[in-house]
Every structure is written in structure tokens, then in C-alpha cells.
Design a protein around this ligand. Structure first.
Ligand code: MN
Length: 227
């Protein structure tokens, strides 16, 4: 063990349905990956090159509660399929990409939309709107061995029982193998890397006390309370 000058921070982990935890190395998030969501955010839904931003590994949170973050009055939910990698590399081929997937989970890309909008307008990075504390509530990861690869099926989110977001995984503009292949051209992917694969239309604001119920066919539901 290397001697350290301060205590070594713990490696963030997320739970899995196997009982053992999944250690997280990096978190990549794709923007505008469902056409109807691109349109609702004021963008052209035609397929242009994908773009990614990152959250921090310790932003992932499986506690089932989401503390309303500071400096925002417009915090939005975005329900997303989470893809967790068991291996990686550079220049991964489309045909090989799914061989690197360990499993899938339901996740939320919580967003300080007002701060993100200011950043966009000023041409600044998005982290202040996206990568804050506990900004990515997640459910347990399920291994591919149990679920198969998720290429279609309903993805939805309700707030206090009222449907807000709905779509189908087959509506992703960039499919999971394409995201893995693309990212691996720009970054060296490794075991422990996680991809949030974009959100269908219907994003909107939440308030303290709200209960979000996210669902992805094959993965069950994830319930998160805003505190
Ligand atoms: Mn998102």
C-alpha cells in the first residue's frame, strides 16, 4: 500500500442484485439522445454527432432520497438507463461493444436546469448544473446474465403518481453499442465506467416532498423522495 498524506477517500460503489457492490471509476452522460427530448429542449432532433458530459462517481446515490440542492429553484428529473462496464479499451468495435457491459440499472440525471441554462447561454461547462452532490440517484445494477441486453422496452417516470416521462429504449438516437464505441475513440474506457444513456421527453421540475417513481421494463422500479 502506498502511504498517503491524507486518508484515502473511499471508492464510490453502487449496489447490485447479486449482493456484491459495483465500484465506479467514471460516469459519462450523453445529451439529447431521444428525439422528442431534443425537441422539447429547443434543438434539432436530427442525428448529429453525440456529445457527452460527466458526473462524478460519488454523485451516484442509491439511498432512495434526493436532497434538493442549493442555488437552484428549477431542479428537473431525467430518467435514464444506466450501463455499467466490466471491461474497456480504446477503439472498441460496434460488434464487440456489448461484451464490455456488466449490467444495467435505472438512474436519474437530476439537473439544476436554471444553472445549466445559464451555463449554456454563456458557453460555459455544465458541471454546475449536472455534477452536484447526489445528483444521480440509482437503483441496483442487474447483471446482463439476468436481464439480457436491454434494447427495447418502456422507460418512464411519474411524480406523486402522475406520469411525466415516457418513452421506449428503442428510441435512443445513439444505441448502447454506439455510445461505447464512440466514447472509446476519445477516452480509454475501463472496468467501473458507467454510462447514463439519455432521457425521453417530459422532463420537469420537482419540489421538496415529491416522490419520483422511475421504471424501466426488465429492471423494475426506483422510488426516490425529494428531501
Ligand atoms: Mn440526461
Amino acid at each position: 500500500m502506498t502511504q498517503t498524506v491524507i486518508p484515502t477517500p473511499a471508492t464510490p460503489t453502487i449496489p447490485t442484485s447479486t449482493g456484491a457492490a459495483f465500484p465506479v471509476r467514471r460516469v459519462y452522460c450523453i445529451g439529447r439522445n431521444y428525439a422528442a427530448h431534443a425537441v422539447e429542449m429547443g434543438h434539432d432532433p436530427n442525428r448529429e454527432a453525440p456529445f457527452f458530459f460527466q458526473k462524478n462517481p460519488d454523485n451516484l446515490d442509491a439511498s432512495g432520497s434526493f436532497p434538493y440542492p442549493p442555488h437552484s429553484s428549477d431542479v428537473h428529473h431525467e430518467v435514464e438507463l444506466v450501463v455499467a462496464l466490466k471491461s474497456g479499451g480504446n477503439n472498441i468495435s460496434l460488434d464487440d461493444a456489448l461484451n464490455h457491459v456488466w449490467g444495467y440499472a435505472i438512474g436519474l440525471d437530476m439537473t439544476r436546469r436554471d444553472l445549466q441554462a445559464e451555463a449554456k447561454k454563456a458557453g460555459r461547462p455544465w458541471e454546475i448544473g449536472k455534477a452536484f452532490e447526489r445528483s444521480a440517484p440509482v437503483g441496483p445494477l442487474h447483471p446482463v446474465a439476468a436481464t439480457g441486453h436491454l434494447t427495447q422496452g418502456q422507460i418512464s417516470l411519474a411524480v406523486n403518481g402522475t406520469p411525466r416521462q415516457t418513452g421506449d429504449l428503442n428510441q435512443m438516437i445513439w444505441k448502447v453499442p454506439e455510445m461505447i464505441a464512440y466514447l472509446s475513440e476519445y477516452f480509454e474506457l475501463q472496468a467501473g465506467d458507467v454510462i447514463l444513456s439519455g432521457t425521453p421527453s417530459g422532463v420537469g421540475a420537482v419540489q421538496r416532498g415529491d416522490v419520483m417513481e422511475a421504471m424501466i421494463e426488465g429492471l423494475g422500479t426506483l422510488t426516490v423522495k425529494i428531501t
